[in-house]
Unconditional design. Sequence first.
Length: 364
Amino acid sequence: MITELKFKPDFPRSAERFDQWWNHEVIDRPPVTLRVRPRRQIRPVPAPATVREHWTRIDYVLDCAIARMEATDYVGDSFPALCPTLGPDVTATLLGGDLLFDEHGTSTQPIIEEPRQWERITRSQPRFHSRYWRALEELTAAAVREADNRYIVGIADLRWTFDLLAAVRDSESLRLDMLQSPALIRRAARQATRASIGCFERLYSKIAESGMGMTSWIPMYHRGPAYAVRCDFWTDSPSAIVRELIIGEIARALEPLDRAIFQVRGVGALRHLDMLLELPQIHAIQWEYGPGNGPAMRWIDIYRRCLAAGKAVQVIATDPHDALATLDALGAAGVWLYVDQPFGSVHHANAFLDDVQAHCRVSV
């Protein structure tokens, strides 16, 4: 049962809006995610001694997250969430890679230097005993344990399927391997998919204990197993290769999910959109058109294609005007508005929400 959250007492209503969004229905208005410029300073949290501890020390990670939540006004359908992370490359450790820490974040280095080394991947099982994967599971369990009806726990951005393969072999070499040794890469991809599914299932099993539903790095909400997935690797890949080797692994990786939202990132990825829309395992699309390619109204035809295929959409609007114009063009069913421009105050944010609801009444 969904209860109110300490930092967002009206969360049950937002949960209902997301329920309706997934199902292309509307109760009063579509979900609206927005940001308000902070009125309160974030209380300082003493920093740990090392960069590694900045990511892995449980008390520090949780205290920083709570400090940010305390200073945030959750207006509309924005809600407090904690998605423990060691960066997307932590999944590379499941295939034998290492996780590197510096002041800019975490990263990994390719470990496959020539095609025949893929056999190491195809013959081994995902290394869920690796040091940093265990650390992520411990962070997630602690986040659930300490939630105390303050926030929703989710799963952060992780490299899945072919993005995971590209983490252990540079992208250009991987594309060449796909052309020269497709059977070998197909076997390696199947192992990467098994690792991807294992990642989700192991983290979700801990989150499900809370009974609060879940979220992800795209701030959606669902009461059961759900996740936001992307595949950056395929953007520059030929469509024939995508259809032959990639799209099937994406579909397999989504099988444990009740709901999946897929990020289509950058104009180059649009050539693969129709293949995504054919997948019943995908329920929603986030179209991230990228800096300089807005506003959302420019891409109305893309949103309409997604909706016509039965997929809900997240609309990343540049500002309130763009959000309302896009809402008028698409209607409210299956539409989730994300307003990129921060609002100056809670009052201005609430006034915008009134406008959204008024536009919904007019469209009806």
